[in-house]
Design a protein around this ligand. Structure first.
Ligand SMILES: [Zn+2]
Length: 226
């Protein structure tokens, strides 16, 4: 089964979702980069930055605009390729991918968020499984839109939930460090935010799925303890 429409349902009610008008063509992106570069130049002017006469900075407005459109907010302007799911063929255990790298941006302060995402789901005997790298792609799609971590956790959870139709449960945990905390305001280095969104078996304390998920994250996990 190949589907993309299910994941796009996630944008409903997601304030930092796909930009109105949907996926942009290369030409539309170039027009957007030009407009954003002009606007960022004015932003620097307001800050009394003499960027126009500094050979190091004269292309900075364009660099910043390109970074937003092509990287930091790419998930708003670039569609993800369709995701194919497969019958689980009787496998009814937990499927976990941990330590998925996260680069995102907090939509409050436009400072970057770094961290890792751990995703688990149970397909069930008649459920659907997806290729492992698709979980990474989902993290990229929603991470690169700008969000607060709570929204991002829900968005990734809901996307996995919809694509693995018939699942017995989905759990998503994000461990994020926010530059808006470390570089501005309180200026605390090293503080990490942990958010978890769980459904189905992972919310039910009567079975061990939630415990198994968190226990799995502790096994030789390269130092990303939670
Ligand atoms: Zn922030």
């Amino acid at each position: 089964m190949t589907t993309n429409k299910t994941i796009e349902l996630v944008r409903e009610g997601f304030a930092n979702g796909v930009a109105p008008g949907g996926t942009l063509t290369d030409e539309q992106k170039a027009t957007m980069i030009n407009a954003a570069a002009n606007a960022f130049g004015l932003f620097l002017d307001a800050l009394k930055c003499d960027w126009r006469n500094d050979p190091i900075s004269m292309e900075t407005p364009r660099r910043v605009a390109k970074a937003y459109v092509n990287d930091l907010w790419a998930g708003r302007y670039t569609a993800m390729s369709p995701i194919t799911s497969f019958p689980s063929d009787g496998y009814d255990g937990i499927i976990i991918e941990r330590n998925i790298p996260l680069t995102s941006m907090c939509s409050h302060h436009h400072q970057t968020i770094g961290g890792v995402v751990h995703i688990g789901y149970i397909a069930g005997e008649k459920g659907q499984v997806i290729g492992l790298s698709k979980l990474n792609r989902i993290v990229e799609l929603f991470g690169r839109r700008g969000a607060i971590q709570e929204q991002l956790t829900s968005a990734i959870h809901n996307a996995v939930d919809k694509i693995t139709e018939g699942n017995k449960g989905v759990i998503v945990t994000i461990v994020g460090t926010h530059n808006c905390v470390s570089c501005r305001g309180v200026k605390h280095q090293g503080a990490a935010m942990v958010t978890t969104k769980a459904s189905g078996a992972f919310r039910d304390d009567a079975n061990n799925a939630r415990k198994e998920f968190f226990d799995s994250l502790k096994i030789n996990n390269g130092g990303h303890n939670i």
